[in-house]
Design a protein. Sequence first.
Length: 495
Amino acid sequence: MEYVPAGGQRRDEPPAPWQTPIHDGQAVTGLLRLDPSHQSRSPAHLKVVHELGDLVADLLSQVTQADRNLESRSRDVGALFEMSQHLQQPDLRASLESLLRAAAQLTRTWTTAFLMLDASAGELRLRAAWQLSAREFPRPRRSLESGAPDWRAFRDGMVLLQRSNAADLPWLPDNVESGLAIPVELQSVPIGTLWCFERRRRPLGAAEQAPLARVAEQLAALLDRMLLLKERTARRRLSTELRQAGLEHHGGIHAGLRSDRRLDLAVRSQTAGDLGGDLCELFLRNDNEALIAVGDAVGHSIPAALIMSLARGAIHGLLPDLNSRLSLSQLLGRINAALYRVTRAEQFMTLVCATLDLETLTLQYANAGHPSPFLLRDGQAQALESHGLLLGILPETPYSSSVMQLQPEDVLLFYSDGITESTSATREAFRTGGLLQAARSADAGAEAVASAVWEAMLRHTAGTPHAPDDRTLLVIRLTGAGRSGSQLLEKSSRR
């Protein structure tokens, strides 16, 4: 008795008097047979030999099948391990390829493919395939219409195609006998279909669906992770860009003024979002004149910052004409007209603009609906009242301006309503009373005043959520350095 591997028998060899196949559960792996040269004249002897041969063949088939199962499970474990390794990598294409290769190995099929759903277009598109090019894939871009196999997979949970069915032929690649598809879903929301195709004439069904479903789950998890990674990357990039964009939007004080002995300056600012809508500008127009602009655009974050940026650009664009062809009140009128033309009805802002003559200490200011700045002198506070409507409400709005003579050691407070409207845990507003009380209690010096006001506001709002509005504070103290007070008054009277 001898074992002959499948296909190992010579054509010219005489037939064996007895033989039986050895099967591994899927295919014949060989034959167990009697030697053709064996001749026995005893039927009883032959019967015993045949029974013994059947017993040995059965044992060999069981061993062969167990060996095949072990090899199969080893391949499955290897495929799953490789799949898990690739899923840790950020390369989406490599991870998709690993998943599709694992799907082919686990289902014992020839090729696998993944089509992703584009819900907005109502279609699926081939995103990746294992051992199959896009040219070979039928309808790599297909409509998600009633009756289409992908639509049936979403509806029924599985769809099986057979070449013997004429209706299935347009959906099968060439030389493929059958195909099986299941939906890929993320939190019960369809995101695509996962296909496997077989070239051999063998049925596809429940045995292939289980491993395919496992790969579909991993595929959904991969896409979810990639989407989250992409969103985090986009958020980081946007956050970085917003921070860069916001660097000049708050406390935009010209470096030269920081070191000018005639002024003592301090700024505090806090935004409610990534970008703020508060404007704070202070810079020299010439050797002896400083421009001050403090404003507040309606809303928060990017929409407010866009409005504020428009106003900021308009101020800088019109500055060359200030005093020569434009008065301060006309400057506000031009900015108002510009904002009205380019913003929506619900978009507007408040703004106070002022020019400060550093020789005469003369302050000229125009206020478009902004909270009134304060002049602090000898412990007393005087409000610099508003002169007109907010910017961007009406196409043509008249504004006026006022002139005030300042003195050395005077302190000017410019602020946005995010400070005075800050509320406590009991919903009590900080108001201008809290601002002025803190400012009066501070020692001389702009930094001391700014710190006193800011710390008082923070104590008032302790225990409340993050600031609901942008907050800006600008403190200017006139030192009088470079000229005496009598010289200042004398020059002012001559003008």
